[in-house]
Design a protein around this ligand. Sequence first.
Ligand SMILES: NC(=O)c1ccc[n+]([C@@H]2O[C@H](COP(=O)([O-])OP(=O)(O)OC[C@H]3O[C@@H](n4cnc5c(N)ncnc54)[C@H](OP(=O)(O)O)[C@@H]3O)[C@@H](O)[C@H]2O)c1
Length: 321
Amino acid sequence: MALADNSNRPAPVLITGAAGALGLYFCSAWASNGLAGGRIVPLVRDGRQQKGTLATTGRYLAPVEHVDLADPAQTEALIARFRPSVIIHCAALANVDRCEDDRDKAFRDNVEGTRSIVDALHRQAPDCHLIHISTDQVYRDGGGCRGEIGPVNVYGWTKLWSEDIARQHKVTTVLRLNYVGRGTSARPGLVNWLVDSLRAEKPVTLFQDVLFNPCHGALVPRVVERMVMARTTGIFNLGAHGDGLSKADFLLAVAQKLCLPTQTLQMGRLSDLSLKAPRPLDMRMDVSATETVLGEALPSLLETVEDLVAEWQEEEKHNAG
Ligand SMILES: NC(=O)c1ccc[n+]([C@@H]2O[C@H](COP(=O)([O-])OP(=O)(O)OC[C@H]3O[C@@H](n4cnc5c(N)ncnc54)[C@H](OP(=O)(O)O)[C@@H]3O)[C@@H](O)[C@H]2O)c1
């Protein structure tokens, strides 16, 4: 592992997009003990976060660093300062419709941001392990179980290009994932949206024609930790074990577990909505290569539902108390 200085302390672990929904899972998981002895340094784009802290949900406080990753000079200065042993690269424009609407921003955040990191690592920390978080949307519709690439929207293309750049670094793991979780105030998670809508008796349409196999967000740092410790490189899919479910069945399972009123639920199809960006209908991925590397099966989608519900209940208790 790279050393930050000559004090024999392991070099820090940088987490990009740390205030985003996935970044927060990494921060919470490693806040106390760091990763492999290295303390974590959460990176956020700008000063909208409370100065010097990352306190998005009150769960986690830590000094943060500000950087716009699409600015190569800022990124290089930061990487030169920390000489990280590991970078978890979560930062991206992950909103599919926004990417379609503003292609320049999608290119800037997803492609140029990754380019800045890789160029800076080349000069400042060539042995750093880069964990590049990618998406199931790099696959063509139905291709995630056969490894067939073919994005259907701008988001997917920019993420695919960013993977190619990330792989120019010599120690890179690309994780193509789909995850569910609590979300952020800017982008509430699926359960929050479902609960708020059904409790307010708003009509909710569930898509029967969209298939997926997401894992829970809290699983991602656990898998990444194993890959970092083993210095595993390559491209891996990360989602739930098994055949997946339709989004409708998945959310129905959540609604039933939480005993939510379901009279305003209706079944529908993705094509009933006129969304800005095209989307694949079958987003399921084969996760067996990841299971082989880990030496165990990943949690099933029903376990993912249970984790999601438990997380939401804990959050509600926390907010009530
Ligand atoms: N959300 C999903 O369902 C999903 C599914 C599969 C894969 N992924 C991947 O998972 C990763 C994390 O996504 P997420 O769900 O956590 O999204 P998110 O909540 O939108 O977080 C992304 C974070 O990245 C930051 N960021 C973007 N461009 C930046 C830049 N140039 N410099 C510094 N920070 C920048 C954003 O900051 P600002 O707030 O300033 O923009 C935001 O805080 C992404 O790589 C995404 O492609 C997400």
